[in-house]
Design a protein around this ligand. Structure first.
Ligand code: ZN
Length: 133
């Protein structure tokens, strides 16, 4: 793990939340992207090295919709930048963490990603992400 790559925030509506975060961060959203397989629409903000990813469900049964139903809007996950996602997945698995997917999958922002089960990380949903080459 090299650094925090971004923090994911679950929102009900990107249309409502993008202007809020634009005002908060005093910067424009630089990218929106839909990830069909994950049933999410995303919007990204950047301040220095730090990124915020807003996540809106594109389907009423999507994981973000279910998250908001249970916990309301708010912090959803912390994503760490890794150099070699498969090596990091193997290392974490050997340390006893439970991976939510066996193989890296394609995420937003041209990344290969993998989530860890929050039960093993004190309730924090952790995402590993590696830039695709
Ligand atoms: Zn993320």
């Amino acid at each position: 793990m090299r650094k925090i790559e971004h923090i994911g925030v679950a929102v009900k509506s990107l249309a409502v939340s993008i202007p809020v975060f634009e005002k908060l961060l005093n910067t424009s959203c630089y990218k929106t992207e839909s990830v069909e397989a994950e049933k999410v629409n995303t919007a990204f903000f950047k301040k220095g090295e730090s990124k915020i990813e807003l996540l809106e469900s594109s389907d009423e049964n999507g994981v973000i919709a279910k998250f908001i139903e249970k916990k309301g809007e708010g912090m959803h996950h912390i994503a760490f930048d890794v150099e070699n996602i498969e090596a990091e997945m193997k290392r974490l698995q050997e340390e006893g963490f439970v991976l939510l997917n066996e193989k890296p999958k394609l995420g937003a922002d041209n990344k290969l990603i993998c989530f860890l089960h929050p039960k093993g990380t004190n309730g924090v949903l952790v995402e590993l992400c590696q830039e695709r080459k």
